[in-house]
Each structure stands twice: as structure tokens, then as C-alpha cells.
Write a protein that binds this ligand. Structure first.
Ligand SMILES: Cc1cc2nc3c(=O)[nH]c(=O)nc-3n(C[C@H](O)[C@H](O)[C@H](O)COP(=O)(O)OP(=O)(O)OC[C@H]3O[C@@H](n4cnc5c(N)ncnc54)[C@H](O)[C@@H]3O)c2cc1C
Length: 201
């Protein structure tokens, strides 16, 4: 069984943003260069229902499903990132050696797990903290995972709407990038961000 460094549960906006930031570190941060990330996605991102007119940096009228596909392609463009279809049913084990199982009985090992399930039913055994009413969408059926600043337990993170972000593309994408930089910082041992610098001028 391949052992991953990071498994992200959910390949919507926040999960793919987290994966893209982790992937972008592979050529820039020595400690990240060999770290393998897997995204497992059930394919029900809220973005599939959206058309975007209010997202900074995104063309007005962009179709959500097309944007999601391009984020997926971008994530998979990094050599250390892969994306698979699947529904995660449980997470067991302990910090540094989590076992992630899908409802098709696939089993994966990982050092770090990130819950990026969105804000609808979060039906995974072994999260470690309760699933509660969403703090920024107090409507029937909208839930999140109880957490402290995006952390559930050691090496167990939650991001995007599942962590309590507002249901906006930028909030979810930003949270995903922040979770990735928290992980990269833990590998490096100090606060680390991943920047590309303009070479013109
Ligand atoms: C109708 C509609 C219109 C919208 N319009 C706008 C807009 O105009 N502007 C704007 O900024 N935002 C808009 N949004 C909000 C935006 O789509 C969300 O903020 C964003 O998708 C949230 O990202 P996320 O990663 O937290 O969750 P999602 O993108 O919903 O992704 C969660 C992913 O996790 C997967 N998942 C869940 N459980 C499991 C499991 N057990 N195993 C594996 N995978 C799992 C899901 O299938 C899904 O793919 C809209 C949303 C909706 C519903």
C-alpha cells in the first residue's frame, strides 16, 4: 500500500486549492519536494451548481463546473499530486499513521489527513470531533466539523466550508491555501508561504 504524506477528503474548491498549494511547493521547498498528496473526491462540489459573477480574479459569468475541472487539471499537473474518485467512509489510526477507507473498500495510509468535505452531510467515521450546525450558514442540513483554527487533532486538519468558512468561492479557496501553508510550515519548521515572483521589468 502506498503511504501518502497528505490525504485530502473532498476535491471541491477548498480541497483542490489545498492540493494546488501543496503541489506548488514541490519545486520550491526542499522539505516538500518528495511529499505525496492524494485527493479523494465524491464529486458533489457546490461549485457545480454555480455561475460566478462576484469572485475577484475570476472572469464574470464563469461556469462553476468548468472552473472546477480546470482546478482539478491544475492540481493533477503537479507530479506529487493525484486525484481519485471515491467516497471516504472512515478515518482510523493515529497521528502520523492514519488509515483512510472508502465505501468501495479501498484503504490508504497517510501521515496527515485534511477534511475538505464542504457543508452538506459529513458522513465519515472517526473524524474525532463532532459535526455541528454551520456557524456561517445556520440553515437546515448545513454542517461543519468542530475545530480550533482548522485543526481537529495532531496532523488532522479541516478546511473550507467544512471548517466554518462562508459559502463563497474565495473563502473556501483561501482556507484551502491556508491549510496547505500550515502543513508546509510544519514540514519546514517555520512559517512558510509559496510565492512566484514576476520576472518582467
Ligand atoms: C447554487 C450555488 C451557487 C453558488 N454561487 C456562488 C457565487 O456566485 N459566488 C461564490 O463565491 N460562491 C458561490 N457558491 C459557493 C461555492 O460553490 C462554495 O463556497 C464552495 O464550493 C465551497 O467549497 P468547499 O471546498 O468548502 O466545498 P465543495 O466545493 O462543496 O466541495 C466539497 C467536496 O467534498 C466532497 N466530499 C464530501 N464528503 C466526502 C467524502 N466522504 N469522501 C470524499 N469526498 C467527499 C464533495 O463531494 C465535494 O466534491 C455557490 C454555491 C451554490 C450551492
Amino acid at each position: 500500500m502506498t503511504k501518502y504524506d497528505v490525504i485530502i477528503i473532498g476535491g471541491g474548491v477548498s480541497g483542490l486549492s489545498c492540493a494546488i498549494t501543496l503541489g506548488s511547493a514541490e519545486s520550491k521547498v526542499e522539505e516538500a519536494s518528495q511529499k505525496k498528496t492524494l485527493v479523494i473526491d465524491a464529486g458533489k462540489s457546490h461549485l457545480k451548481m454555480a455561475q460566478l459573477y462576484n469572485v475577484a480574479g475570476v472572469d464574470e459569468g464563469t461556469i462553476g463546473i468548468e472552473l472546477l475541472e480546470s482546478l482539478k487539471q491544475r492540481a493533477q499537473g503537479y507530479k506529487n499530486v493525484s486525484v481519485e474518485d471515491g467516497v471516504v467512509s472512515s478515518v482510523s489510526g493515529e497521528s502520523g499513521n492514519y488509515i483512510v477507507k472508502t465505501d468501495a473498500d479501498e484503504t490508504y495510509e497517510t501521515d496527515i489527513v485534511v477534511f475538505a468535505n464542504g457543508m452538506q452531510t459529513i458522513d465519515v467515521e472517526g473524524i474525532g470531533t463532532p459535526v455541528v450546525e454551520h456557524i456561517r450558514a445556520p440553515r437546515p442540513g448545513m454542517v461543519m466539523i468542530d475545530n480550533e483554527g482548522g485543526v481537529i487533532a495532531d496532523k488532522k486538519y479541516v478546511t473550507g466550508c467544512a471548517a466554518g468558512a462562508a459559502s463563497m468561492f474565495s473563502s473556501a479557496a483561501g482556507y484551502g491555501a491556508q491549510t496547505a501553508t500550515d502543513i508546509i510550515s510544519s514540514w519546514v519548521g517555520k512559517c512558510t508561504v509559496i510565492h512566484d515572483v514576476c520576472k518582467k521589468n
